[in-house]
Write a protein that binds this ligand. Structure first.
Ligand code: CMC
Length: 393
């Protein structure tokens, strides 16, 4: 009796109104609050982008200083949190730890659970942005058996994160400013991307009035999948599996074979039917990082460059409008910086947290907001009478 629009995968359904991010997938345009991603990545910082996404405008000097001090004030996690980490196996995937421990933040900040108070919503948002690097670094340190490194609030956001990941108490550690800037740029590129699967998950979870920590944990769980944020890890594994340039045609042929489930990871996008603008910046950043580290001949980079060249000239990829996406070059870059493959999606989650929380806030503050409740087209058995166990054939 009801008529619903059937739209699996939401390819043509707008679930909300939003003022945060604009994408023109055909033209390869990405704007945050109206500002092109290229300009934010070149001139801005990640924290400035966080402010922009949360408040709607770029900060003045005074607003920036105030925002920075509020973010840095919350970088510590409760000391009890350290005990959560030790409950996991050392070989746990750090994304599994992230899903659990970010959700567990709700157990510590009772004031942030009151989502009806705008002030508390902002405090919860800042807490999340501040604590993600600390929790991510702790997850990494735990899996490699090193002691946790506490935050250093005199360092900028990204340098502090690098220090928490790569310093050890018995040795002097100096953050490489070129790498810190490159990672900061990578964070900017990942900060938001409108209604992708994880952001939609955060909105759906939040639409029931769930607390912000639980909503972000839901977003992290969704991001982990290889079709979404897990693609950066999968893309690097694929490049490693290909190994040498001469093996590329074999893998390209597999990607085109409809009977083979293999896909070129880091290629294709639901919205971009043109070059992903983030992929271009990521490619430059990748070359910059390798040059800074003095890596001249990275076999993975050789495979990536050649694979991209072959795919961009291949009829299948041209016809299906499959271009490299943000995840194609990010893995090589992060690996060169010293991050293990299992941390790649964690870094994505760290950076996307601001997008998730900004979208969550926007949804809560939207007077049209209702609980998300998709309908379905039922295709199961028609009504039938119950049959007693003894009477069943
Ligand atoms: N390699 C080979 N063929 C592909 C690929 C690929 N990477 N991506 C799409 N196709 C083909 C697909 O087989 C389909 O062909 P046909 O129409 O003949 O059945 C056609 O292109 C359309 O693909 P789709 O799966 O219907 O498109 P979608 O919009 O549902 O999926 C995607 C988008 C990103 C999930 C998909 O392109 C993919 O799986 N890519 C690889 C994983 C990846 O890199 N994901 C990261 C996305 S960007 C960052 C993020 O979101 O986190």
């Amino acid at each position: 009796t009801h008529c619903f629009t059937y739209d699996p995968g939401f390819t043509s359904t707008a679930a909300c109104e939003s003022k945060i991010t604009y994408i023109d997938g055909d033209a390869g345009v990405l704007l945050h609050r109206g500002y092109p991603i290229e300009q934010l990545a070149e001139h801005g910082s990640f924290l400035e982008t966080c402010y922009l996404l949360l408040y709607g405008d770029l900060p003045t000097h005074a607003q920036h200083a105030d925002f920075e001090s509020r973010v840095y004030r919350h970088t510590m996690v409760h000391e009890q949190m350290a005990k959560f980490f030790t409950g996991y196996r050392r070989d746990a995937h750090p994304m599994a730890i992230m899903v659990g421990n970010v959700g567990a933040l709700a157990a510590f900040y009772h004031d942030s659970l009151d989502i009806t108070d705008p002030h508390q919503r902002m405090v919860a948002s800042i807490r999340m942005i501040s604590k993600m690097p600390t929790i991510a670094a702790m997850a990494y340190k735990y899996t490699i058996g090193q002691p946790f490194v506490y935050p250093t609030n005199s360092l900028d956001y990204t340098s502090n994160f690098l220090k928490m990941c790569f310093s050890i108490p018995c040795e002097e550690y100096k953050v490489n400013p070129v790498l810190a800037r490159a990672l900061d740029r990578i964070f900017i590129l990942h900060a938001d991307h409108e209604q992708n699967a994880s952001t939609s998950t955060v909105r759906l979870a939040g639409s029931s009035g769930a607390n912000p920590f639980a909503c972000i944990a839901a977003g992290i769980a969704c991001l982990w999948g290889p079709a979404h944020g897990g693609a950066n890890e999968a893309a690097l594994q694929m490049l490693q599996e290909i190994g040498t340039v001469d093996r590329i045609p074999h893998f390209v042929a597999r990607a085109k074979d409809k009977n083979d489930p293999f896909r070129l990871m880091g290629f294709g996008h639901r919205v971009y039917k043109n070059y992903d603008p983030r992929a271009k910046i990521m490619q430059h950043t990748c070359h910059e990082v390798l040059a800074t580290l003095g890596i001249k001949d990275d076999p993975l980079l050789d495979v990536a460059v050649e694979l991209e060249r072959i795919a961009l000239h291949d009829e299948y990829f041209i016809e299906k409008k499959l271009y490299p996406n943000i995840d194609f070059y990010s893995g090589i870059t992060l690996k060169a910086m010293g991050f293990p493959t299992s941390m790649f999606t964690v870094l994505f989650a760290l950076a996307r947290t601001v997008g998730w929380i900004a979208q969550w806030k926007e949804m809560i503050e939207d007077p049209h907001q209702k609980i998300g409740r998709p309908r379905q087209l039922y295709t199961g058995a028609p009504q039938r009478p119950y049959v007693l166990l003894d009477d069943r054939a």
